[in-house]
Design a protein around this ligand. Structure first.
Ligand code: ZN
Length: 191
């Protein structure tokens, strides 16, 4: 079966704030967790959008808008992460992937292609806001934390234990997933 059919779009309810973002409920989570070949990244502070979208692809991406330059390199090496940056001065440093484009979609395509990341396998398992992996949660456990109409209409919920956001299936996020697939497939061309 095409993996696309396994994807379930989800909406999210932050612990404090408004509805936003998506997640995916999938059965591949344990495989992703234990696969040592899956690279981990540290995104330069200029790459906030890229970091969020790589997280939507299931990639482990640290991002801190207050950390850059040598501090970013040091932190990334300490955590065994590959630095993603547009800073050409870092081009020759080990464990650094210097992006060639200023355009977000091109940047995402570059990373997906270089590191053979497959969004169809791991997408939407990680909180795009804080990088924490999502955990399935019991419906009753979130009853007091989501709007009544959401509780009444949804059967599945996931929670981010990092920032407290709650995710659930929704059907109005297709365009985000479609964009993710389009970018991923374009990245496979010529690879
Ligand atoms: Zn989170």
């Amino acid at each position: 079966m095409d993996p696309i059919f396994n994807w379930i779009l989800m909406d999210v309810y932050p612990a404090r704030g408004r509805l936003k973002h998506i997640a995916r409920y999938n059965q591949d989570r344990e495989d992703v967790d234990t696969n040592p070949s899956v690279p981990r990244f540290a995104a330069d502070r200029m790459l906030a959008r890229l970091a969020r979208w790589l997280r939507l692809c299931g990639a482990d991406v640290s991002f801190d808008p207050c950390v850059g330059g040598a501090d970013l390199l040091h932190a990334a090496r300490h955590e065994n992460r590959i630095v993603l940056t547009r800073d050409k001065r870092l081009r020759t440093a080990p464990d650094v992937f210097c992006l060639g484009s200023d355009l977000f979609r091109e940047q995402l395509r570059e990373v997906l292609q270089k590191f053979a990341i497959d969004p169809a396998r791991a997408a939407l398992t990680r909180c795009s806001q804080c990088n924490t992996e999502l955990r399935d949660t019991d419906r009753e456990a979130v009853r007091q934390r989501v709007p009544p109409f959401v509780y009444a209409s949804q059967d599945r919920f996931s929670v981010c234990e990092g920032c407290g956001r709650i995710y659930w299936p929704a059907t109005h996020r297709e365009r985000i997933l479609a964009e993710l697939l389009r970018i991923a497939r374009a990245g496979q061309v010529g690879s």
